[in-house]
Write a protein that binds this ligand. Structure first.
Ligand code: NAD
Length: 482
């Protein structure tokens, strides 16, 4: 097996404390900005998966019996090790995903901060005593680590989505088998390397890549795994949740989104446009909480639509390694096709194309920032998650109209509104059916906030104290007076 890009290095499995670069089968990692093959990655065979399972079981025995302080020390040391190598990791991330280097740097830092926050938060946990009752010595509720976790993460935030699951699980004492995305393996490998360097006991984290369906099927069916965590498309999430359900195992599912943005006529329109361009360009729109459906009130509709299309359309696209690139490519030719098909469908059904609507004539998977106006409800993009640099801008008259369109998809993950009125802010926060609501901004993910959706956007929370609880199981202990 050869490495095609020496800077990128060689992806590896991490099984029972050993890095494995060579297996009988392999796949390729492609740079989406150039089409260049970055490296071959090893495909885990059933025996690697089996070894990861037995390793995770013994890792759980060791790790769950360590004091939270001792676990926190290792996680904090890993965070320091991640920061030591942050520039190298950020470059690997941009090579495999294409996004601007500044965004990759921020994601690497977020992984370090996640480890630190989860480690600290887990040390604060205590038993919850019940009120004293005659005849009882004590009555208390205890949270214990649920057991070895199988975690599946996608490519759009190749390090932090896997790291959020892993950090939460590790902090409360679980071992984890993680499958990052095959399209972007190196970003998360860097995080596991840092934990290994920091002295994480063998078996506490195992990392597998290969055939996603084979890995998830074998892991979820194993009696070793006690919890399943997945971020990705609704279709795959439904399959994994069903497999977990068949084994009576709980799961946490962070699936797709199709976030509405309600812009009221009393909003600061220039500010809304400025923030919207940044939010929509992030990761070339491949973000589960990306704004996708703008609903703009009559009086400010033209000003918003024209201003947004002008500013979004003016972004400089390019390889994320170029310092002046403001938006990178989409992940793959398949994504490019999917994005273009949604745009062509909308235009054929009567939408007005304000900007973009085409691939760029250059190597790599670049799609022009696209704004579609007056999109009819029957256009596919009104219901299907675009996961690309497309925004719909439609108009509304009344609060009730806006809410009914905003809530009218199968998804319920992120939702946003811009308004100058506190009363409207409160009313729309209540009315939007979503797991996360942002008012006058797009910041809906923090270290200590819960991230999660409703309906076809999934269930359960990742992040924050709620995210730690996803990896705990409850025990009630009643001790009577002897
Ligand atoms: P996908 O669901 O095929 O892949 C998403 C991730 O799931 C990938 O990393 C893949 O390796 C993994 N996966 C696929 N099949 C699996 C299986 N059987 N078992 C375990 N893991 C499996 O989606 P895609 O085509 O790569 O991306 C496009 C769509 O995915 C988008 O439309 C979007 O809805 C969704 N998506 C959502 C998020 C999110 O953050 N919620 C992230 C990535 C993709």
């Amino acid at each position: 097996m050869t490495t095609q890009n020496p800077e990128y290095g060689r992806p590896a499995l991490f099984v029972d404390g050993k890095w494995i670069t060579d297996t009988p089968r392999s796949g390729e990692v492609i740079n989406p900005a150039t089409g260049e093959v970055l490296a071959s990655f090893p495909i885990a065979e059933p025996e690697h998966i089996e070894l990861a399972l037995s390793s995770a079981l013994s890792g759980f025995e060791v790790w769950s019996n360590m004091a939270p302080d001792a676990r926190a020390r290792i996680m904090n040391n890993a965070a320091a090790a991640i920061r030591e190598k942050s520039e190298e990791s950020a470059r690997h991330m941009t090579l495999e995903l294409g996004k601007p280097l500044a965004d990759s740097r921020a994601e690497v830092e977020n992984c370090a901060a996640l480890l630190e926050w989860c480690a600290k938060a887990a040390t604060e946990q205590q038993d919850r005593p019940l009120d004293a009752r005659p005849g009882f010595e004590s009555l208390k509720v205890r949270k214990e680590p649920i057991g070895p976790v199988a975690a599946f993460a996608p490519w759009n935030f190749p390090a932090s989505l896997a790291a959020r699951k892993m950090a939460s699980a590790l902090a409360v004492g679980c071992s984890v088998i993680v499958k990052p995305a095959e399209e972007t393996p190196m970003s998360f490998i860097a995080i596991v390397k840092a934990l290994d360097f920091a002295g994480l006991p063998r078996g506490v984290v195992n990392l597998l890549i290969g055939d996603p369906a084979q890995i998830s099927t074998q892991l979820i069916a194993s009696p070793v795994i006690r919890k399943v965590a997945f971020t990705g498309s609704t279709t795959v999430g439904q399959k994994l949740a069903a497999m977990a359900g068949a084994e009576a195992k709980p799961s946490v599912m962070e699936l797709g989104g199709h976030a509405p943005v309600v812009v009221f006529d009393d909003a600061d329109i220039d500010r809304a446009i400025g923030l919207s361009v940044v939010a929509k360009a992030r990761n070339a729109g491949q973000v589960c909480v990306a704004p996708t459906r703008y609903l703009v009130q009559d009086d400010v509709y033209d000003a918003f639509a024209d201003g947004f299309a002008k500013a979004f359309g003016a972004l400089k696209l390019g390889d994320g390694l170029q310092p002046d690139s403001q938006m990178g490519p989409v992940l793959s030719p398949a994504r490019l096709e999917a994005v273009d098909a949604l745009v062509q469908d909308a235009v054929a059904k009567g939408a007005r194309l304000l900007t973009g609507g085409r691939r760029l004539n250059r190597p790599g998977n670049f799609y022009a920032p696209t704004v579609l106006a007056d999109v009819p409800p029957e256009a596919r993009v009104m219901q299907e998650e675009p996961f690309g640099p497309i925004a719909v801008v439609n108009r509304f008259s009344t609060f009730e109209d806006a809410v009914s369109v905003a809530n009218n998809t199968d998804f319920a993950l992120g939702a946003y509104a811009f308004t100058g009125s506190q009363e409207t802010a409160d009313r729309i926060s209540d009315a939007l059916d979503a797991g996360m609501v942002g008012i006058n901004g797009y910041s809906v993910v923090f270290l200590d906030s819960p991230l999660g959706g409703r309906r076809y956007s999934g269930f359960g929370s990742e992040g924050g104290y709620e995210g730690l609880d996803a990896y705990r199981i409850t025990k009630f202990i009643s001790q009577a007076v002897a």
